[in-house]
Design a protein around this ligand. Sequence first.
Ligand SMILES: Nc1ncnc2c1ncn2[C@@H]1O[C@H](COP(=O)(O)OP(=O)(O)OP(=O)(O)O)[C@@H](O)[C@H]1O
Ligand SMILES: [Mg+2]
Length: 226
Amino acid sequence: MTLVEISEMERHYVMASETVRALDGIDLSINKGERIILLGPSGSGKTTLLNCVAALDNPTAGDYSFDGESVPRNHAEKMTTFRRENIGYVFQFFNLLQDLTVLENILLIQELSGKRDKKRAIELLSLVGLEAEVNRFPAEISGGQQQRVAIARSLAKSPKLLLGDELTGNLDSATSSKVMEVLVKACDAEGITVIMVTHDESLAKYATRVVRLDSGKIISDEKVNN
Ligand SMILES: Nc1ncnc2c1ncn2[C@@H]1O[C@H](COP(=O)(O)OP(=O)(O)OP(=O)(O)O)[C@@H](O)[C@H]1O
Ligand SMILES: [Mg+2]
């Protein structure tokens, strides 16, 4: 079952003196349940691709369908609805609300997507190993724990696709392994497809597939046997 189908995707940045081809003919087909690690040098187009996949940005050209339907572009409202219904996004900086407890951070996201469910919120926090910390504030837990809250939060709306941009970029390697293990377990349990951008080759062991970008093009795409 195909979840993401991208063909000949282009994203150009037109500036006064030059045009940057941040995405330069991307073909990518992703099945449900795959976990993809996206590698590539700085400036190769990783974030641009993630943003186009999330409908946070508009491709300049090419086709993109998600779960069999064409993804909206150049229409902010439709793009927001698409994101709300389908996409979870975890950033490098966790973006937790500091005045809310761990649990309240999750409840807020549920409320925004119209389905507050405290039992499920606590379930998700247990899934990422934070059942003992639900009533603490972000400032009272570690960076790795905050990142796990961010993962639980992104799962709270049951996305079909979870996107992560350098989500372990601020963590030491032991903590980043722990966060990745939690993420794999949670996404497997929920049947969620994952695309993760990273510079850390060692994270390939958590993926089912490794895609490499360079200068806006896919230069390799390999299945991983884990
Ligand atoms: N708003 C923008 N205006 C002009 N050029 C941009 C803009 N955003 C990105 N670019 C260019 O597009 C290319 C791809 O950028 P992108 O941010 O996708 O790279 P990346 O692979 O995520 O890099 P990094 O690993 O450093 O995060 C780069 O050449 C970058 O300079
Ligand atoms: Mg980037």
